[in-house]
Design a protein around this ligand. Structure first.
Ligand code: FAD
Ligand code: NAP
Length: 496
C-alpha cells in the first residue's frame, strides 16, 4: 500500500474509533454458540473474509458438525476482492456472495469486521483464543516496477485504480487524471484487461453497474480514447484469458488494433499448445489475420475508441512531460524471449523505444505482506511457507488463498485452495496433530481485548444494514448498489 493510502486509512480509523464507542453492546459474540452440543467445541478463526476465508470456513462447517468458526476482517465490510476487485460490469461473478452469506449466517459462524489482525489483535492473541488460526488475508499490496518516474503524477498502480472504481476506502481519493487521450497499461493479465475495459466502456453500460458514482463522473469527463497494453513477452505468453479477450473484441464503440505481424506463423504451432492457450492463441490469430465479419467491420469503422497489444517491450522509465510535472510516456526496452512457453523469460535486445501517453497504469500483479513476526513469510515469493495449507513449523497455524500460493488464480481456484486447507485442519483434528482437547475462549477473549482498545467489531447483521442502505441508494439511480466509501459512514449506518 502506498504511504498516501496508509495515511488516509490511518485518519479514517482514528475518526472511526470515536464512532466505535457509540455502537451498541448487542454484538454478543457467543449468543449463537449456546446450541453447541459438546462442552469444548473446536474453535477455529479465519483472518480475512475474501473467497479464501469464506471457502475455508464453509468447508469446515460442512464437514465438522461441532466446529465453531469466526472470521476476522479488517474492513467494516466483507468479501475481499469480490467486492473490491471483480469488475463492476461482471455482476454474475459476484453471485458467490450468496454462498458466502449462507456461511456467515450459520449459527456456528461469527463475523467480526473492522478488526485488523496484526494491529488491533495479534496473531499470538488469536492463537491463545482458538485451537487453529487460518491466515486468508490475500495480497493487498501492489508489485512495483522499480523504474525511474514511477512516482510521477499520472502513473497509477492498477490495484489502486481498481480500488478507486470499486469503492475501496483506501483509494477513494485517488482522483486519477483522465485528461490524456492515450492510456498505457503495463502488463497483459486479466486485471490489465479489466482496467482497459473500464476506461473504454460506454458510460451507458457502466452506469447500470455498481461502479462508484465518483468513478462514473470522472469517466464521463475522461479524454481517454486509446489504450495500449504492453507485454514484456509475446502473444504466446499473455496472461489474460479467452473470455476476457472476447469481451474486449466485442466492446461496443471500440475497435481492436492488432498488428498482423505479431501473429504471422503462430497458427502453425497452436496445435501443440495446452488447450486453454491453444484456444486463446487461435482467437488472437483469427482476430488479427482474418477479415472481420461484416457486422464487426461496420461496428469498428465507426468506433471512436480503440485498444491494442504491444509485445516484447519491457518498461525501463516513465518519461516526464516537458515541465517535468507529470507522466508523458514510457521508455521501453525491446526484448526477445529465451526459452519457450510459459517458462520463457524476456531479455533486453539493447534496442529502446518510446511510447507517448499521459496516463500510465502499472498492472504487473498484487503482493502479500507479512502481518506478524510470529508467522513465517517468504518475502521474495510473497507467500507464507506451507504444505497443503499447514504453515511450516507452526502447529495450529494454517493459510489459504492468495497469501498461501501467491496472487494468481480465479475464485474457483481459490475455492479449491480453501477447501484443501480446511481439509488439512479436519485431518489434523482427527489425527490429534491439532490438539482440541482443552477449552479455548474464542471470540469472547478477543472481544475483551477489542473493548479495552475501544474497538467495536462489525457483525454480519451490521453488514446487512450497510448492504440494505447501499442497495437502496443504488435503486434510486438505477444501479444494483451505491457503495459507501467512507468507513466512518459505514459505522454510523450501523449505529443508527
Ligand atoms: C482486480 C481483480 C479482479 C478479479 N476479478 C475476478 C473475476 O472476475 N473472476 C474471478 O473468478 N476471479 C477474479 N479475481 C481473482 C479473485 O478475486 C481471487 O482469486 C480471490 O479474491 C483471492 O481470494 P483471497 O481470499 O485469497 O484474497 P482477498 O479476496 O483479497 O481477501 C482477503 C481479505 O483479507 C482481508 N485482510 C487483509 N489483511 C487483513 C488483516 N490484517 N486482518 C484482517 N483482514 C485482513 C482483506 O480486507 C480481504 O477482505 C480478480 C482479482 C483481482 C485482483
Ligand atoms: N475476469 C477474471 O477472471 C479475472 C479478472 C482479474 C484478475 N483475475 C485473476 O487475478 C490474478 C491476478 O491478475 P493480474 O492481472 O494482476 O496478474 P497476472 O495474471 O499475473 O498478470 C501480470 C502481468 O504483468 C506482467 N508483469 C509482471 N511483472 C512485470 C514487470 N516487472 N514488467 C513488466 N510486466 C510485468 C506479466 O508478464 P509476465 O507473464 O511476463 O510475467 C503479466 O502480463 C490472475 O490469476 C487473474 O486471472 C481474473
Amino acid at each position: 500500500m502506498s504511504p498516501c493510502c496508509n495515511w488516509m486509512w490511518g485518519l479514517s480509523r482514528r475518526l472511526v474509533l470515536s464512532g466505535r464507542c457509540q455502537l451498541s453492546a448487542r454484538h454478543n459474540v457467543d449468543v449463537h454458540r449456546s446450541f453447541s452440543s459438546v462442552p469444548h467445541p473446536p474453535r477455529v478463526c479465519v483472518v480475512g473474509s475474501g473467497p479464501a476465508g469464506f471457502y475455508t470456513a464453509q468447508h469446515l462447517l460442512k464437514h465438522h458438525t461441532e466446529v465453531l468458526v469466526d472470521i476476522y476482517e479488517k474492513l467494516p465490510v466483507p468479501f475481499g476482492l469480490v467486492r473490491f476487485g471483480v469488475a463492476p460490469d461482471h455482476p454474475e461473478v459476484k453471485n458467490v456472495i450468496n454462498t458466502f452469506t449462507q456461511t456467515a449466517q450459520s449459527e456456528r459462524c461469527g463475523f467480526f469486521g473492522n478488526v485488523t489482525i496484526g494491529n488491533d489483535v495479534t496473531v499470538e492473541e488469536l492463537q491463545a483464543a482458538y485451537h487453529a488460526v487460518v491466515l486468508s488475508y490475500g495480497a493487498e499490496d501492489k508489485r512495483e516496477l522499480g523504474i525511474p518516474g514511477e512516482d510521477l503524477p499520472g502513473v497509477y498502480a492498477a490495484r489502486d485504480f481498481v480500488g478507486w472504481y470499486n469503492g475501496l476506502p483506501y483509494n477513494r481519493h485517488l482522483n486519477p487524471d483522465l485528461s490524456s487521450d492515450t492510456a498505457i497499461i503495463l502488463g497483459q493479465g486479466n486485471v490489465a484487461l479489466d482496467v482497459a475495459r473500464i476506461l473504454l466502456s460506454p458510460i451507458e453500460l457502466l452506469k447500470k453497474t455498481d461502479i462508484t458514482q465518483c468513478a462514473l463522473d470522472a469517466l464521463i469527463q475522461s479524454h481517454v480514447r486509446r489504450v495500449l497494453l504492453i507485454g514484456r513477452r509475446g502473444p504466446l505468453q499473455v496472461a489474460f484469458t479467452i473470455k476476457e479477450l472476447r469481451e474486449m473484441l466485442h466492446l461496443p464503440g471500440t475497435r481492436p488494433r492488432l498488428d498482423p505481424n505479431d501473429y504471422q506463423g503462430l497458427g502453425d504451432i497452436t496445435k501443440d499448445l495446452p488447450r486453454p492457450r491453444k484456444r486463446l492463441t487461435e482467437l488472437l490469430v483469427k482476430s488479427a489475420l482474418e477479415e472481420p465479419t461484416e457486422k464487426d467491420a461496420t461496428r469498428w469503422s465507426v468506433a471512436e475508441r480503440e485498444w491494442s497489444l504491444r509485445f516484447f517491450r519491457s518498461p525501463i522509465e516513465i518519461l516526464p512531460s516537458k515541465d517535468g510535472n507529470k507522466a508523458a510516456g514510457v521508455r521501453l526496452s525491446v526484448t526477445r524471449i529465451e526459452g519457450t512457453g510459459d517458462n520463457s523469460i524476456a531479455v533486453p535486445t539493447g534496442q529502446v523505444e518510446d511510447v507517448s501517453g499521459g496516463l500510465v497504469l502499472s498492472s504487473i500483479g498484487y503482493k502479500s505482506i507479512p502481518i506478524s513476526q510470529a508467522v513465517p513469510f517468504l518475502p521474495k515469493q510473497g507467500v507464507i511457507p506451507n504444505s497443503m495449507g499447514r504453515v511450516k513449523e507452526s502447529p495450529g497455524l494454517y493459510c489459504s488463498g492468495w497469501v498461501k500460493r501467491g496472487p494468481v488464480g480465479v475464485i474457483t481456484t481459490t475455492m479449491s485452495d480453501g477447501f484443501e486447507t480446511a481439509q488439512a485442519i479436519l485431518e489434523d483434528m482427527k489425527s490429534g496433530n491439532l490438539n482440541c482437547s482443552e477449552s479455548r475462549p474464542g471470540a469472547a477473549a478477543i472481544q475483551k481485548l477489542l473493548s479495552l482498545k475501544q474497538i467495536q467489531p462489525i457483525s454480519f447483521s451490521d453488514w446487512e444494514k450497510i448492504d440494505a442502505v447501499e442497495t437502496a441508494r443504488g435503486l434510486e439511480i438505477g444501479k444494483p448498489r451505491e457503495k459507501i466509501l467512507d468507513p466512518q459512514e459505514m459505522l454510523s449506518v450501523v449505529s443508527n
